[in-house]
Design a protein around this ligand. Structure first.
Ligand code: BG6
Length: 515
């Protein structure tokens, strides 16, 4: 268990109390890609520097390019130097890279797995990795089921003689409900659920992990965390980044699939789930799945009226001229793919009946801002009726995920002076300043947890499927609606006006998208 008992109790900078991970071989499929150099290698280095890699550790890359083992290793070293989040200590780096191998070939070729077997057996004979294997699918999603199947057939992922075999699957996990069900079915036909680690990098963020601690380690919030006291909740994942060079991927994906069933629903489930009985993977993940299962599934008509999808047009983000989405390289000039989505969701359980959860995410917006804002019901105004006070500002508890890593409580205070006048003020706890965490990639905790067998921060099959079940009616309704339900917004704005109307019709408004 733990989230991790180790990792949650201390951020990377103070992981001193954590035990080193189990010895193992990390097999990276798609190892020649960006993810390995940009994130995995710097994250592994940070673990090594913190004394958290197992005493015996080795890396095997599997990919298509014809590379020598030496060339692969030096690519990893270069990646580390380019993307390390802290100064690199040569001693630590060379010990981390002391066992690096490379297997070249196509993922559907059984010979690749035979060669991988031989390499693994050699490494396991010469290094004391105890036969533990961590397979990492850093490939395009189309290869996930294929590699999973080959690992199953070749027996490479079979747990035996006390050795563990685990599989990390990157996102996106499916492109709709049917494909997610199918992928789960295929992976679960060769591996057990407890061997599969479906990654969502949002769960590697300290501020996301902290939502659970804020809610359940304080007596203060939970008694008022329900429909009696909360008016509504806003979840915002706004990016100022445009689609950039990812046109091909993005045009086939869109904001809904890219962000909602994964990152946005992680935030939703942590904020809204019931308290788990224990701090362990099964209890936590059961509550998260239960929550997603309770989100109302819209009919096609309701899906349209409770959603807004939009595309950005040319504008300026942070004073930089930005071309419109349809002008982006590799994007269909007549594309109806959304770069922005806003949804109104309702949760059918006792805690949340009648409390709307408004979620929005988009690209090319005014600022980068990820936050969860809990709006408490207004105090009765009666007492102030005969005073100069004309209104009370809304009480928000804002959980700032990024870039501001903070918790902000907004309430009304009296403006000093002889007459009664009121102003909304805020009390802010700055997570980063307070704990002075060492810069990290966000992948450290996730990789470490796989190596110690703690799945708390990974998505279980049922939660993934419950998430897609909520999203599917929007996918279907938008496909039917074609271009008719597609709004636009200017790059650098706060999104389409239709998103404002979604809240305005309920007498509410979005919080501003500003850092
Ligand atoms: C990825 C999406 O999963 O998350 C990207 O594919 C998005 O489109 C990114 O930009 C956002 O992650 P973060 O950590 O920058 O909020």
């Amino acid at each position: 268990m733990s989230m991790s008992s180790n990792v949650m109790s201390a951020s990377l900078s103070s992981l001193a109390s954590a035990r080193p991970a189990d010895p193992c071989t990390l097999v990276i499929f798609g190892a020649s890609g960006d993810l390995t150099r940009r994130l995995l290698v710097p994250a592994l280095y940070n673990l090594a520097a913190g004394g958290l890699l197992g005493e015996s550790f080795s890396i095997i890359g599997v990919a298509r390019p014809a590379l020598s083992c030496e060339a692969f290793r030096s690519g990893l070293e270069k990646g580390l130097r380019e993307f390390a989040t802290r100064p690199v200590d040569e001693r630590i780096a060379s010990s981390m890279f002391s066992s690096v191998d490379y297997v070249q070939g196509d993922f559907d070729d059984p010979k690749v797995y035979e060669q991988l077997r031989q390499t693994l057996e050699r490494v396991e004979r010469t290094r004391s990795t105890r036969g533990n294997r961590l397979f990492y699918l850093a490939t395009p999603p189309a290869a996930f089921a294929l590699i999973g199947g080959q690992l199953g057939r070749s027996g490479l992922a079979r747990e035996e003689k006390g050795a563990w075999r685990r599989l990390i699957v990157e996102k996106p996990f499916g492109t709709d409900l049917a494909s997610a069900l199918n992928l789960n079915r295929q992976l679960l036909s060769v591996l057990n659920e407890n061997q599969i680690y479906r990654i969502d990098h949002y769960l590697g963020k300290e501020t996301v992990q902290n939502i659970m601690v804020l809610r359940f380690a304080n007596g203060l919030f939970e008694p008022i965390w329900n429909r009696d006291h909360i008016d509504h909740v806003q979840i915002t994942v706004a990016e100022s980044l445009t689609v950039g060079t990812r046109g091909r991927f993005y045009d086939a994906t869109g904001a809904l699939r890219d962000m909602v069933p994964n990152h946005v629903f992680q935030l939703l489930s942590l904020v809204a789930m019931e308290p788990p009985a224990r701090f362990d993977a099964n209890a936590v993940r059961a509550e998260k799945a239960e929550l997603l299962d309770a989100v109302q599934i819209h009919s096609a008509a309701d899906a349209l009226s409770n959603s807004v999808r939009a595309q950005y047009e040319a504008g300026a983000v942070a004073d930089r001229r930005t071309e419109g989405y349809r002008q982006t390289k590799d994007v269909d000039p007549g594309s109806t793919t959304e770069t922005y989505v806003a949804l109104k969701l309702l949760i059918d359980n006792w805690r949340w009946a009648g409390v709307p959860f408004y979620v929005r995410t988009g690209k090319a917006l005014r600022s980068r801002l990820t936050e969860v804002a809990i709006n408490f019901k207004r105090a009765p105004f009666t007492m102030f009726r005969d005073t100069p006070v004309d209104r009370l500002t809304r009480n928000f508890l804002v959980l700032g995920i990024q870039p501001c890593e903070c918790i902000d409580l907004q309430f009304n205070a009296k403006i000093p002076g002889p007459s009664i006048a009121i102003k909304g003020v805020g009390m802010t706890f700055d997570y980063k300043d307070y704990f002075e965490a060492a810069p990290s990639t966000g992948y450290e905790t996730l990789i470490y947890d796989c190596m110690i067998g703690d799945a708390t921060l990974f998505q279980r099959a049922d939660a993934i499927e419950a998430g897609w079940r909520v999203v599917q009616p929007f996918i279907d309704a938008w496909r039917e609606a074609g271009a008719t339900h597609l709004a636009t917004y200017k790059a650098g704005s706060e999104g389409p006006e239709q998103a404002d109307q979604l809240l305005a019709r309920d007498g509410r408004s979005w919080r501003p998208i500003t850092e």
